[in-house]
Ligand binder design. Sequence first.
Ligand code: GAR
Length: 223
Amino acid sequence: MKRRVAILISGRGSNMAALIKAAAAEDFPAEIAVVISNRADAPGLERAKQGRVPTVVVESKPFGKDRAGFEARLQEVLDQHRIELICLGGFMRLFTAEFTGRWYGRMLNIHPSLLPSFPGLDPHGQALRAGVKISGATVHFVIPETDAGPILMQGAVAVSDHDTTETLSERILEVEHRIYPDALRLLASGAVQLDGDICKTPESAGSGNFLISPAASPGGTTV
Ligand code: GAR
């Protein structure tokens, strides 16, 4: 039986589209049962309809600071669609500890940095200002703290001196679209285990799987 997944979005929904595409494969262990947006004008809603996935809008604005009220309505929609797993894809609304506790181990988020570095806003700018040579994306379980929680999967890219927030975010987005479906596949197939703050999987990086940045030239100076 495929696990029933809801994707929560607030914007363009490119990660949502990557998940919908992956889940269309017969052997994928999850199906995207509904896409929920907290904004009626989210461009991702149209993309979800093109992918023939039911969409629901639960506007968060009318709830103002009443996060529990918004979450009660959200939970109703999740129940109606018999949702077992949630994927956040650019969902720009914070949850209460009660909601994250209820969905602990069953709700994933993706963030465009190698967490725990650069959580929050403008992660690409944060990475460039820090001068890191490698950045990437992280899929993690959701806990009350923003952009934190047990890490399920990460993907890395080299950062060049010429990068801008635009070029870096484009490159990291490619990695996001690759790792989010892979991470959901692992979770939905029961291949991950939470051990305190650590997420364990039987998968491990292949040997020789290095990313070194910047790559030193063969005739370069050694220290
Ligand atoms: C993605 O880059 C995602 O990693 C980021 O928002 C973007 C949404 O794009 N999420 C966060 O920054 C979470 N803190 P998308 O709507 O095209 O998937």
